[in-house]
Design a protein around this ligand. Structure first.
Ligand code: HEM
Length: 419
């Protein structure tokens, strides 16, 4: 494999998995990493280095070896010894919180059982209906313009509207939640304030649902047999929203891109559900929404498929690179589910079917309402948002036939009195 000559390297001579060059040339950076073997060192933020696993087999082995690899980021040697800048952009996702994402062994089992049981209580029918109404609300805001950015105007906000309702936010709180999360997931300097506002809002919501329990995730979490404290409940809800919003938005964006660009879908958009499902499955293989994540720390010095792994070093799985591993059979296709987009092992995403309902219903609703939709850019390479963790398009400009917003508002009426 040749390495693109313009790619920068870190002060330690490692590939750079962040910033403008990574956002523009991520596939070449994965090739650069593969040259080091099944896992290689990369700079994931200025001055912060991690091992990144690019080989699928090595990734699966690590994800299924919790006795050797832990999720608890308090084991992170460079962080403990002050070598990670306090304002590093990777800390909001890698810094420890008392949530399922950073827990191991029995603690993880307890928090995960609460997460799994509460997520399982979401009725698929109700989820579809919430998503359809939320999608119609967003579509009605752009319908008359005949053009939109499907990321900013649709995909980024859709999961937030859905989560606000699933969490049981009254409508004034829902608007504040959407706003604080939009700031939190932005890369703006206000992101830290957005995180504080969102946590404060969850605290308010927990107090409210103690007084008035409802049919929602917050009340279910508070009432779960695991007996979570208010603080633990807050962190599980924060984790569910934090882990769910950007990947779901990115997934919607990539599947729409495939549907609008890829010739194999051309002319079959009207075929509906099957076509959308095929595009969603393919997007998980070729554009894994979590690009590099599943951060683990070796509990002791070890090696992974021959690569030395020092104790306390962060080891990330490149879900994006593992899914495009040249060692995979060439004729694998996209219909099987052996990709790593949802990760694997004890921390595999607990919300696969719920995220699928949101993404599929959202896309179907948009395509159903906005006719003759076309991408407004011709570039083959879609620019990505900065940062090592997510593979998310910056923007998805489209044009479509303008339509009266009132007609869409009529379509947003609840179905069959289910709400
Ligand atoms: C409804 C939307 C979603 C929710 C509520 C959600 C929630 C979660 C939660 C709570 C975890 C932590 C599980 C644990 O540590 O035991 C997790 C992990 C994960 N999720 Fe999701 N998720 C959503 C959508 C997605 C999407 C669309 C993707 C990408 C296709 C994704 C990929 C992942 C991955 C790769 C992990 C493993 C993270 C790690 O080990 O560090 N998730 N998710």
């Amino acid at each position: 494999m040749t390495t693109a000559p313009e790619l920068p390297v870190s002060a330690r001579g490692c590939p750079v998995l962040h910033g403008e060059s990574f956002a523009a040339h991520s596939r070449q950076v994965y090739e650069q990493l593969r040259e080091q073997g099944p896992a290689g060192w990369a700079e994931i933020a200025p001055g912060v280095h991690a091992l990144v696993v690019t080989a699928r087999r090595a990734a699966v082995d690590m994800l299924n070896d919790p006795a050797t690899y832990a999720k608890d980021s308090r084991l992170w040697g460079d962080l403990a010894s002050g070598r990670v800048p306090a304002d590093s952009p990777v800390l909001p996702l890698m810094g420890w919180r008392p949530s399922v994402l950073y827990a191991d062994d029995e603690v993880h089992a307890r928090l995960r059982s609460a997460m799994d049981d509460c997520i399982a209580r979401i009725s698929p029918h109700r989820l579809r209906e919430i998503t359809r109404r939320s999608a119609l609300t967003l579509v009605s805001r752009i319908a008359e313009q005949g053009r939109a950015d499907l990321m900013a105007d649709f995909a980024d906000t859709l999961p937030l509207l859905v989560f606000a309702e699933l969490l049981g936010c009254p409508s004034d709180m829902a608007a504040r939640m959407v706003r604080s999360c939009q700031i939190l997931i932005s890369t703006s300097p206000d992101a830290a304030q957005g995180a504080i506002d969102f946590a404060g809002l969850l605290f308010e919501l927990i107090r409210l649902r103690h007084q008035e329990p409802g049919d929602d995730l917050t009340s279910w979490m508070l009432g779960h047999d695991a007996g979570l404290s208010d603080e633990e409940t807050l962190h599980q809800l924060y984790c569910a929203v934090g882990a769910g919003v950007i990947p779901t938005a990115a997934w919607v964006g990539w599947a729409l891109h495939l549907l609008l660009r890829d010739d194999s879908y051309a002319g079959s958009l009207a075929a509906g559900t099957v076509t959308v499902r095929r595009a969603l499955e393919k997007a998980l293989w070729v554009r894994s929404p979590m690009a590099n994540f599943s951060v683990h720390y070796a509990r002791r010095d070890t090696s992974l498929h021959g690569v030395p792994v020092p104790a306390g070093a962060p080891v990330l799985v490149s879900h994006a690179a593992a899914n495009t591993d040249p060692a995979l059979p060439a004729d694998l296709g996209y219909d099987n589910r052996s990709h790593l987009a949802w990760s694997a092992g004890p921390h595999r995403c607990p919300a696969v079917s719920q995220a699928t309902v949101i993404a599929q219903t959202g896309i179907e609703t948009a395509l159903d309402q906005l006719w003759d939709m076309q991408l407004a850019v011709t570039d083959e390479e879609v620019p990505l948002r900065h940062g090592p963790f997510h593979q998310c398009p910056v923007a998805m400009p489209v044009t479509f036939r303008p339509k009266s917003a009132a007609a869409i508002a009529a379509a947003a009426a609840p179905e069959g009195g289910t709400q």
